[in-house]
Design a protein around this ligand. Structure first.
Ligand code: SAM
Length: 253
């Protein structure tokens, strides 16, 4: 299980702020996980503490130099079961499975790019190249925190209620079921009857069916990747009939 998260960055304040609050803040304060911010400027050799330079071949912007990054990684003296993660829009798209895999490592090192990104050669030194989505943001710090946030909540004893992370969307390959809280009726919108019935078995079935329904409607691609039980298939057939009935009832002749 991850014990330490390292961030190689030229903007340490972004990471510092994240660990002050909420679940990550509590996880650090109770010793469940530790973090280490490495300012890449501490691994430069020139008097201006330069971490970036102009791109070979010309073009706009600056590129982060490879040597401060590699010196910083070396200085960490990482244990065997550690992973170095390069944040880049060119990486593999982040998925819950990867967060789970990384949560089982000993230590993680996030390489946070800026400007036009890092010298391409850094790719050879990273175990993973990860993108948080098909869009470009200004720096790898926020991308690394997106990953950290997903990883920290998977660590043992971090969430108050141990089962919370297990029921999350994607944990079982389907989307989470809808949640409601008081009041029971708000502006004529009622909480589904079954959730107030106290009947555990019916509630479980309702929730599983809702998960399947919303996954079918919003992310059918996910359903193809999981092993469905006989009961799941039965519920999906019911859902199909319910959807068809809904459509027929709402079509104007
Ligand atoms: N020129 C680069 C490109 O088009 O691939 C984008 C550089 S971006 C402005 C600066 C840094 O932000 C990247 O080096 C990376 O660390 C981070 N970044 C931006 N978008 C990202 C994404 N979708 N996923 C992960 N990191 C991202």
């Amino acid at each position: 299980m991850v014990k330490k998260l390292h961030y190689l960055t030229t903007f340490p304040e972004i990471i510092e702020a994240y660990f002050k609050y909420s679940i990550p803040g509590r996880a650090v304060n109770s010793g469940l996980v530790d973090f280490n911010i490495v300012n890449l400027r501490d691994f430069t050799t020139d008097k201006h503490r330069t971490t970036d330079d102009t791109p070979y071949g010309g073009g706009p912007g600056m590129v982060m130099k490879i040597s401060p990054i590699l010196s910083a990684i070396d200085a960490l003296r990482l244990p065997q079961n550690s992973a170095t993660i390069l944040l880049t829009p060119k990486g593999s798209l982040l998925q819950q499975d990867l967060l789970k895999e990384l949560s089982e490592k000993d230590q993680l090192v996030f390489l946070c790019g800026h400007y036009e990104g890092m010298d391409e050669r850094i790719d050879l030194y990273a175990h993973y190249a990860v993108s948080i989505g098909d869009y470009v943001i200004g720096g790898g710090e926020i991308a690394s925190l997106v990953m950290s946030d997903g990883i920290i909540r998977l660590l043992k004893n971090v969430l108050g209620n141990e089962s919370s992370a297990e029921q999350d969307s994607f944990s079982h390959g389907v989307l989470d079921y809808p949640q409601y809280t008081k009041p029971r009726i708000y502006d004529e919108l009622e909480v589904p009857e079954v959730l107030c019935s106290g009947h555990h078995k019916n509630i479980m079935r309702y929730r599983r069916k809702e998960s399947l329904k919303w996954t079918l409607l919003l992310r059918p691609d996910l359903l193809k990747k999981i092993k469905l039980s006989q009961e799941d298939i039965k519920m999906l057939k019911e859902i199909k009939i319910e959807i068809q009935t809904f459509i027929m009832d709402n079509i104007d002749e």
